[in-house]
Write a protein that binds this ligand. Structure first.
Ligand code: SAH
Length: 661
């Protein structure tokens, strides 16, 4: 077997069968044609990649998946006679000839027609005839045809081609009102004068130029120029497309990330599987290829530390035990995508012997006021029972609100109760004063306890101010997350590198959004101010699908339909690109003009743990300038809800209502 046989088989499995193409005759046909013989010599190594490739005369050899999809749509039988318009390299003709009895193919560029003719002959195809001419006119001498396939996009279905179909015949053709975007149509001749038309989905082909196609090459150029003004078209040209998360080629992304010490990965909701899966995929590459060793997420410190123990082999799997993730919103971490990722992290750490290189999993958030108090007290009891006693009395100040910390704020405002700030700060100070003694015994345990004591001081302030200082509590939270991140980086040493998983609204630069007008900043802004180009932030977006979210704070998880995006939103523009998934570099744009066109503010959607489609515009959209907010944007046109691991238990506190981020 040659190396190409292997690649070809993989292509059939991963690009075709995995995408739902199961027509065995088509899979066999694709498996029989050596695509490497049809691509330019300098591109043979890409012969089996999941994309169209350039050939002579500024044309392209179609993406294998598209050839297979169209061939399957033709419903070919062995005795069929087929007409192809747009021979190009001759590749699709060869695939067709593997199934059908005879293939007639027409190409308007002489150089391509001639090359394809001799190539196909050399490969031994005796049942293909190549003509140089205008395929929109068909090939009347050999009509009627059982099937006609057009490999270029025209403004309408050419009448000549319809007339050259036999009754029962199928014509598959991309048709569209612009030069580059089309719908794939299947026209079936059901009677002498009857035709049925079906829409098989959005596609992109080179223009069909001829009597019943677009005018000519120069008209083509003019129209291309015109479409350059369209933003979706520019995004299409400026983005890297991928079909499946597992197969996405991230080499260019890794290059753009370069030597960054921090990579921030966002999400446009807290309940979308693709966002988790893509972040996991990118994080795995960053760990394996660039030595990242910190994963810092929007979860509370003590909860994340259970996962950290598990991936270091010092505790059972907390996601399966589900103990720490029983508090609202459970699905944010107790879901299948996270489970799979933490299993990978454990397997990775098992392989890596140096503790410095092992990946650690940390929580940046501050909601676990009472959980953290417990950790600090347990720790102190073991290392210094006397200090523990003092700490217990001090933390006692907060105990009246253990069931509902939000009430603490009320009590302090109405001066019914004293503030606990000095008590919690004093406990932290006590610990820091004894840092040397404590950490000599066990540095890691001290670090864990210290972070919890810090969390208690931030959370005390957060809950105390949450009602009277509107943006202040948001800022406190993001300030805490940033400081926690700094502590982790310092603890893991000068060579440490961190991936941060948080909602877009935390990791995108707040200065590029409406938030800044409200006086709010976020961790994304703080990171940029501190690390500049050494931090790379990636936002995520989607148009429609399903999402896991609650209707109100503390409510049960529901699988909700995500509404198609608002017409004035970035999401709408991305949806108009008509590509399933893509990476859109913004810091180093593939085309400058795309960057410029995207700068003007548009709406952007944020779904948190709460989603209210009924009041979507007010509750979930805000204005932002995408290229100023992120260094890159990852798009999934359609997405699905995360799958929660266990039963949802619901209790909680009003937090960042109405966004619930
Ligand atoms: N099936 C080809 C893909 C070719 S791309 C392959 O597998 O390689 C489409 C081709 O259609 C281009 O080569 C273009 O030159 C050709 N084309 C466009 N308009 C045409 C027309 N009216 N008649 C014949 N060929 C045309």
């Amino acid at each position: 077997m040659s190396r190409f046989d292997d690649l070809r088989e993989q292509m059939v499995n991963y690009q075709l069968a995995a995408r739902g193409l199961h027509d065995q005759s088509v899979l066999d046909a694709v498996n029989a044609v050596p695509r490497e013989e049809f691509v330019p010599a300098d591109l043979v190594e890409f012969a089996y990649s999941d994309s169209p490739l350039p050939i002579a005369a500024s044309q392209t050899i179609s993406q294998p998946y598209i050839v297979a999809l169209m061939t399957a749509a033709l419903e070919l039988k062995p005795a069929d006679r087929v007409l192809e318009v747009g021979t190009g390299s001759g590749y699709a003709a060869a695939v067709l000839a593997e199934i059908a009895e005879k293939v007639y193919t027409i190409e308007r560029h002489k150089i391509l027609a001639d090359t394809a003719r001799s190539r196909l002959a050399a490969l031994g195809y005796r049942n293909i005839q190549v003509l140089h001419g205008d395929g929109t006119l068909g090939w009347p001498e050999h009509a009627p045809f059982d099937a006609i396939i057009v490999a270029a996009g025209g403004p309408q279905v050419p009448e000549n081609l319809k007339q050259q179909l036999s009754v029962g015949g199928r014509l598959v053709i991309p048709v569209g009102s612009t030069l580059r975007t089309q719908k794939l149509l299947r026209v079936r001749r059901t009677g002498e004068h009857e035709f049925q038309e079906e829409d098989l989905g959005g596609v992109r082909f080179v223009p069909l130029i001829g009597a019943a196609g677009w005018e000519d090459e120069t008209a083509g150029a003019r129209a291309v120029e015109k479409t350059e003004a369209s933003l979706p078209e520019l995004i299409y040209q400026s983005s890297e497309h991928f079909a499946r998360i597992d197969d996405a080629n991230l080499d260019n992304l890794l290059e753009r990330i370069g030597d960054s010490r921090l990579v921030l990965l966002g999400e446009a909701s807290h309940g979308t599987a693709e966002f988790y899966e893509m972040r996991a995929r990118i994080t795995r590459e960053l760990i394996e290829k660039k030595g990242f060793n910190i994963i810092a997420v929007e979860a509370d410190w003590p909860d994340a530390s259970h996962i950290n123990h598990y991936i270091h082999g010092t505790a059972p799997d907390p996601l399966l035990e589900s103990t720490p993730f029983s508090r609202f919103p459970t699905w944010m971490w107790a879901n299948h995508s996270v489970l799979e990722f933490t299993h990978w992290l454990k397997a990775y750490n098992d392989k890596v012997s140096s503790p410095e290189k092992q990946a650690g999993f940390y929580g940046l958030d501050l909601y676990s006021l009472y959980g953290s108090i417990e950790v600090v007290l347990n720790y102190l009891e073991k290392v210094d029972p006397e200090t523990a006693e003092v700490a217990r009395v001090r933390y006692g100040c907060l105990m009246p609100w253990a069931n509902d910390p939000a009430m603490y704020s009320q009590a302090v405002i109405t001066r019914q109760y004293k503030e606990c700030e000095s008590d919690v700060v004093a406990t932290l100070q006590d610990m820091l004063n004894r840092r040397m003694d404590y950490s000599r015994a066990d540095g890691e345990k001290f670090f864990n306890a210290e972070q919890n004591a810090r969390l208690v001081t931030s959370a005390e302030r957060y809950y105390r101010t949450m009602y009277y200082a509107e943006n202040n509590s948001w800022n406190l939270r993001d300030q805490h997350m940033f400081e926690t991140l700094q502590s982790i980086l310092a603890y893991r040493g000068a060579h440490s590198k961190a991936v941060i998983w948080e909602h877009n609204s935390h990791i995108g630069d707040a200065r590029a959004t409406e938030m800044s007008a409200r006086g709010e900043f976020n961790i994304g802004q703080l990171v940029r101010q501190q690390y500049a180009d050494m931090a790379y932030s990636i936002g995520f977006g989607t148009d429609h699908g399903t999402v896991a979210a609650a209707s109100e704070w503390g409510g049960p998880m529901e699988v909700k339909q995500v509404q198609p995006s608002h017409i004035d939103s970035y999401e709408h523009v991305c949806h108009e690109v008509h590509a399933d998934n893509f990476l859109l570099p913004l810091r180093k744009p593939i085309k400058e003009i795309t960057h410029r066109e995207l700068l003007a503010e548009r709406l952007e959607r944020a779904i948190g743990v709460i989603y209210r489609p009924e009041t979507e515009l007010q509750s979930h959209y805000f204005y932002a300038s995408l290229p100023r907010q992120f260094d890159e944007y990852i798009w999934f046109d359609e997405t699905r809800a995360v799958e929660p691991l266990g039963k949802q238990t619901i209790k909680g506190i009003p937090d960042t209502f109405p966004f619930g981020l």
